[in-house]
Design a binder for this molecule. Structure first.
Ligand SMILES: Nc1nc2c(c(=O)[nH]1)N[C@H]1C(S)=C(S)[C@@H](COP(=O)(O)OP(=O)(O)OC[C@H]3O[C@@H](n4cnc5c(=O)[nH]c(N)nc54)[C@H](O)[C@@H]3O)O[C@H]1N2
Ligand SMILES: Nc1nc2c(c(=O)[nH]1)N[C@H]1C(S)=C(S)[C@@H](COP(=O)(O)OP(=O)(O)OC[C@H]3O[C@@H](n4cnc5c(=O)[nH]c(N)nc54)[C@H](O)[C@@H]3O)O[C@H]1N2
Ligand code: SF4
Ligand SMILES: [Mo]
Length: 693
């Protein structure tokens, strides 16, 4: 699978895609003598249309990074020692088999990070290995990221829908800052605000650059459900909803109408800190400018303490205003059918008993366990011991909540292996590390479906360069490991090409077609009449404004404002000690989570993390702009510079995640979870700040 077969001096331009984040932008990759020498945005790509974010423009630096892992290594007396792939695989196989014999297959767990769940080959092969080996305990970032949105959509609509904002008359950025996390939509919104009369609303505790272009609702973190119910109160009481859609396609409207009477804007203003006049104004704007498209943060509501109900509420607003299944609203694009490599495991994974709503929707299990109870189970060995972890595509020692507990759990395990292109904080704690190819070095399937856009589009990701040293594609690692464990029959594929062809089999698209169309192809048309063509796949065949399924599980059938488990109102004593609200993980355009800190191009524009604090909080705590401060919660204390700005709400502190030098997850709390889904509270934790010296 040699990638770089261009002859000396000649420069080839290869169409491919970038998956340094979930967007999957198209790239024109310039390859000369086996090296990536330049990257530009692919003009033909339907999402990024020729542009890239700074990470994409600097892919050459990523491709040539000195810091790459080149060989398998094992830890001996605290030192890393180079070993062969054979030794590494034999060691891992023997360890896993021994643990299986002694404690059962469920004692082996696997973690899929964001680079694994968002990469179809990688996700498929871990799923397959899990099933072939027989452990239910595959955990992932899916219990912290967008999966809760999928569940909310399935519960409410029976299908997943994507935002389709390009022709919207009104866009609501609900906990989303596309300047940092989805530049292509930031560009589109700016252009349409300036030239097309687009009405823009931003719902965010921070006045982002986008918020300055429209109506800004500076919501208290964790109170979005109350805000949405206040808006529905206005929309329904003023008769601004879409009667025809509601009558024909929804159930539970009467209950909803009664329910929202308890949320008059004046009362909601007290809960959310958003003035009642702004709530009314926003509600009218959203209901009367059609089409209207809410663009939710990919994980901000998921981290708000009422993850599932907040996402469900957005589904309800989008439906009752008549903006579902229409251009410019939310659309139900057909998903491409790919080979399902999963092998069912009967036993339920970690967290399934505690969070059945996360684990199963309409009888169909989510292919991952809930990661939040994992560390507790490792430490307590209850209900049974977990003894090993294999980590792929993630750096959970930095990115999972409450680092200290997560690391204690890692340290308690008998065996940890990590496969990654780079040495990470997690890999440092492992017994064996394995060098992985990056996406630039292997073939793959690029999709632009899901949280970022509903584009029914596929592109073949080409291997652009050869991997350094002995780096392997992940599928090869799982295949070779399985073969050594007597599970080879489940892994008959031998090349990248075979893997991609196999995945494509049920899709109606062939690899040859993708090769003939290097810029990618549309496998279907966007669909704006799913309600007639396919119907809603809920038990009632309607949009379930009222969810009997949630009620049966003991949860609110209609979203109801409940204070997060930690807040100034639910834990007033803690709030006396920690009077501010901490929002973690606002994205930075230079980095993907904990990645790319080694790139000097990125460090030039973002050399260090900052805690954004309001001038009032700065004054109260005797802090000036640029000073080193401690940010503290009941779980820990970290240091970073203060950036004093009027843009954050007066009682809010906003810090980025993914920095080893000031790790936000030293402050987060594995016990503070959404009781329905188990999602962690990463926005709106109680905190305090003080001068560092
Ligand atoms: N550059 C970059 N882009 C990325 C990533 C990355 O690491 N770097 N990661 C990717 C991944 S995996 C994900 S999940 C997405 C995340 O994407 P998003 O969740 O959309 O994250 P942001 O765009 O940073 O927007 C989050 C906004 O929510 C606001 N916010 C915080 N708390 C609350 C709250 O309680 N209510 C409301 N309404 N707003 C709140 C924050 O102030 C912030 O402005 O980004 C993806 N894109
Ligand atoms: N406090 C706080 N914590 C958060 C968040 C927050 O907002 N606040 N956001 C959460 C969210 S939404 C997410 S999605 C998670 C992300 O959590 P992670 O997925 O753990 O974060 P990354 O740092 O992106 O880790 C991805 C790793 O995959 C490696 N990698 C890249 N390509 C490949 C490959 O092809 N194969 C293999 N094997 N490895 C590869 C990278 O080098 C990197 O080390 O963080 C979560 N953590
Ligand atoms: S937004 Fe940037 S990092 Fe993400 S896929 Fe596009 S170019 Fe790559
Ligand atoms: Mo995420």
């Amino acid at each position: 699978m040699s990638a770089a077969n261009s002859s000396s001096g000649e420069t080839k331009v290869i169409k491919s895609d970038c998956i340094l984040c979930v967007s999957g932008c198209g790239i024109d990759a310039y390859v000369q003598d086996g090296k990536l020498v330049k990257v530009e945005g692919m003009a033909e790509h339907p999402l990024n249309k020729g542009k890239l974010c700074p990470r994409g423009y600097n892919l050459v630096e990523y491709a040539n990074a000195e810091e790459r892992l080149k060989y398998p290594m094992k830890k001996e007396d605290g030192e890393w020692k180079r070993i062969s792939w054979d030794e590494a695989l034999d060691t891992i196989a023997a360890k896993l088999m021994k643990i299986k014999e002694e404690y059962g297959a469920h004692a082996v767990s696997i973690f899929n990070g964001s680079m694994a769940v968002e990469n179809i080959e990688l996700a498929s092969f871990t799923q397959r290995f899990k099933g072939a080996f027989g452990t239910p305990n595959l955990i992932s970032v899916e219990s912290i990221c967008f999966r809760i949105r999928v569940i909310a959509h399935l519960l409410t609509y029976g299908r997943f829908t994507s935002e389709d904002p390009e022709t919207a008359a009104c866009i609501v950025l609900w906990g989303n800052n596309p300047d940092q996390s989805r530049f292509m939509w930031a560009d589109m919104i700016r252009e349409r605000v300036a030239n097309a009369g687009l009405r823009l609303i931003a719902i965010d505790p921070k006045r982002t650059e986008m918020a300055k272009l429209g109506l800004h609702l500076q919501v208290r973190p964790g109170t979005d459900v109350a805000l949405g119910l206040g808006m529905l109160n206005v929309i329904i009481s003023e008769g601004l909803y879409d009667r025809e859609f509601v009558d024909q396609y929804t159930i539970g409207f009467d209950q909803l109408k009664e329910h929202v009477k308890e949320y008059p804007p004046e009362k909601v203003a007290e809960i959310t800190w958003v003035p009642a006049s702004d709530i009314k104004h926003a509600a009218r704007m959203m209901a009367t400018n059609k089409p209207m498209c809410i663009i939710p943060g990919t994980c901000s509501l998921a981290h708000s303490g009422s993850a599932l109900q907040a996402e469900r509420l957005l589904c309800i607003i989008q439906a009752v205003t008549g903006n579902l299944d229409v251009p410019g609203g939310w659309a139900m694009t057909p998903l491409v059918k790919l080979t399902d490599l999963r092998i069912p495991v009967e036993e339920a994974p970690v967290g399934a008993a505690e969070y059945p709503v996360f684990y199963k929707t309409w009888g169909r299990p989510v292919p991952y366990g809930q990661s939040m109870p994992w560390a507790d189970q490792v430490l307590s060995e209850k209900p049974y011991p977990i003894k090993a972890l294999i980590v792929t595509g993630g750096n959970p020692a930095l990115t999972m909540p409450e680092t200290r507990k997560f690391v204690a759990a890692l340290n308690k395990l008998d065996f940890v292996a990590v496969i990654n292109p780079f040495m990470t904080e997690t890999a440092e704690l492992a017994d064996i590390v394995l060098p992985a190819c990056t996406f630039l070095e292997k073939m793959g399937l690029g999709m632009v479906y899901g949280i970022n856009a509903g584009l029914p589009y596929l592109i073949l990701r080409k291997p652009l360069i050869d991997p350094p040293g002995e780096a392997w594609a992940d599928w090869k690692f799982w295949t070779e490991l399985a073969r050594r464990m007597g599970l080879g029959e489940y892994f008959p594929w031998n090349t990248d090409r075979e893997v991609v062809s196999m995945l494509l089999e049920p899709s109606g698209v062939t690899i040859e077609q993708l090769e003939e169309n290097p810029c990618g192809i549309f496998y279907a048309e966007k669909n704006y009449n799913a309600r007639e063509n396919f119907g809603f796949r809920t038990p009632s065949k309607k949009v379930e404004l009222y969810s009997q399924a949630l009620k049966d599980e003991g949860h609110d059938p209609i979203p109801t404002h409940r204070e997060p488990v930690q807040s100034p109102i639910s834990t007033p004593e803690l709030a006396r000690e920690y009077p501010l609200l901490l929002v973690t993980g606002a994205r930075m355009k230079e980095f993907t989570h904990s990645q790319l800190r080694m790139m000097t191009s990125m460090r030039r524009s973002a050399p260090e993390p900052f805690a954004e604090i309001h001038p009032a909080a700065a004054r109260d705590n005797g802090i000036v702009d640029g000073e080193m401060i401690y940010v503290e919660t009941r779980k820990g204390s970290i240091q970073m510079k203060a950036r004093v700005t009027e843009d954050v709400a007066p009682r809010v502190v906003s810090i980025p995640h993914g920095w080893a030098i000031a790790n936000a997850n030293e402050l987060t709390d594995l016990d503070a979870r959404d009781p329905v889904s188990g999602y962690p509270l990463l926005k709106g934790l109680l905190c305090r700040i003080r001068k560092a010296n």
